[in-house]
Design a protein around this ligand. Sequence first.
Ligand code: KIV
Length: 255
Amino acid sequence: MLTAYDATMARLLDRAGIDALLVGDSLGMVIEGHETTIPVTLDAVLHHTQAVARGARRALVIADMPFLTYQVTVPEAMRNAARLIQVGGASAVKLEGGLPVAETVRRLVEAGIPVMGHIGLTPQAVHQLGGFRTVGASGREAERLLQDAQALQQAGAFAIVIECIPAETARAITAQIDIPTIGIGAGAGCDGQVLVSYDAFGLFDGKVPRFVKRYADLGEQMVAAARQYIAEVQQEKFPAAEHSVRVNSAGGKGR
Ligand code: KIV
């Protein structure tokens, strides 16, 4: 799984064969420029989900439920999740937390909405956690993570993202539940993996977690391409004759 926020990215990742596209609330950081995911609104996720759903052909599109769109009351969570599915075009939603959100997950699943859980480092709880930190290093935290995973499974979640926990804890949780675990910073013992695409492709120029592998340096390539464009415009090398529209070439369709 990779994150996607627009139709072009969705089309490209779909073409590459990705199984699932997550319209993560990480968009608050990599698209909107916030320090955390907390300011992200339902409307923002909805907007980006619509774009991703238009671009995806085969991949499962999962929309993240933003902070406080599912914790206040179950009916509110159901209405908000329904918008992401009905209006946004997602096929599933993801929400953060374990035992405390299990009842909400159960009700969403009963209503026909597939739900992906998310435990470990849950970025919407960054202030409660005291920063973006590893969770589950102590025996007590590891035990609680397992209870959270079991509660989500029992509630009907179809998969669980496990973020930033020790590899051995993630492996143990994966072995003790039947639904797939999707790791991020949780080692190789999970059933699947997810990364924020802007981190993985080198597009995000802010601080990137240590567990990210950079598969490309698209940010640097964009800077170099933009510099070349600026220089060619200044030097009047662009547009060349072949890039100019001629009177008798009008009438063509699209771009
Ligand atoms: O918002 C997001 O992109 C996520 C992933 C990091 C799993 O939740």
